[in-house]
Design a protein around this ligand. Sequence first.
Ligand code: HEC
Ligand code: HEC
Ligand code: HEC
Ligand code: HEC
Length: 263
Amino acid sequence: MLFGILLVSSHLSSAGIANTKHNLGSTGIGGTSNFSGTAEVCVFCHTPHAANREAAVPLWNRNLTNSGAFATYDQTGTTTLDGGVEAIGSVSLACLSCHDGSQAMDSVINEPGSGLDVPAYSAGSWSGLVANTDGTIPVDVITNLGKDLTNDHPVGVQYAGGGYSNANPQGPGVDRDFKPPVTEINGTTRVWWVNTATEGGTSGYERTDMKLYTRVGTRGRWLGEPQPYVECASCHDPHVDENPTFLRVTPSGSTVCLACHTK
Ligand code: HEC
Ligand code: HEC
Ligand code: HEC
Ligand code: HEC
């Protein structure tokens, strides 16, 4: 397992989150809270689909504690404090969804693999989901993503914040926290993909590489330029059976996520 992670991230200067106490999966470094049920890393905090829309952090895979449940520093009655203190919110609420001890660490909205971890309905629960008040399972989850994709991993999104284009095929990308894509001319179209080490190395495009899709930009920078975008099939190859949910590479160790993101 570790070998797999090293293959993917061998170009990085550090081993990344997999080697920290925030790897809560079975490959974790031996903290008190490792779970044997999955070797995924990101899943304890992020999900590509059905994320919690109320969280101020992207694609959050946990329910948040009610902000009002926290006592804040100013309530100590201190007379020397100058700054105003806001209710607990923003990224802090996300940290506290584990660090306030109110929920199990592995209590996530969307569990690894098919299907959701849908908790028994009670008023106000399923905060990120469109819940039915009669307690039935929400319609816009599981395999039916619905029309509202605000709680899904972005698609139709420029790779690396843009920067790769016909004019500048090698970039660099605007956002350097991404693995540089490989590019070549395919017929008359320039194409890009993110190489993974899963099959035979860097020689050419393979279906286990994360495929990017060439579109002409009509929004953002580089308007009018053919350039690489992340789409559904960047992560899913609808034909493969070697991985769950048609993923191009194994989600174990969050290989899928680390293929593009340098984390
Ligand atoms: C222990 C919880 C936790 C885990 C595990 C985790 N993240 Fe995050 N992630 C966060 C939080 C919290 C934020 C918001 C932080 C901020 O505002 O800078 C965040 C932000 C991000 C962002 C957006 C901001 C940025 O830095 O680009 C990306 C992309 C991201 N995470 C990807 C990943 C990937 C990929 C993995 C797995 C390899 C992962 N995260 C694992 C908690 C986590
Ligand atoms: C998915 C649950 C989860 C989330 C969300 C989370 N943590 Fe953690 N965090 C843990 C666990 C589990 C440990 C390890 C506890 C242990 O083994 O003692 C940990 C450890 C830590 C540590 C101690 C690291 C060390 O080396 O001892 C710090 C600091 C920390 N977390 C900060 C944060 C911050 C800041 C956020 C939000 C940006 C955050 N955590 C979000 C679960 C989480
Ligand atoms: C950035 C990568 C990525 C993109 C882009 C992406 N997905 Fe996914 N998708 C995943 C991963 C990873 C899983 C597995 C999640 C899990 O294990 O819960 C998944 C799971 C799914 C599932 C199964 C959900 C379940 O929990 O049973 C469906 C259906 C799906 N994706 C459809 C789509 C569609 C349609 C799009 C485009 C609108 C899309 N995906 C875009 C990464 C992605
Ligand atoms: C095919 C490449 C690719 C893969 C694979 C991929 N991502 Fe992303 N991801 C992107 C791009 C591109 C963006 C948009 C970044 C931007 O424009 O800021 C993004 C954005 C994000 C964001 C931040 C959204 C925001 O609001 O800032 C998070 C969180 C994230 N991805 C998590 C994940 C996780 C978790 C996985 C694995 C399940 C994953 N990604 C797999 C390319 C990818």
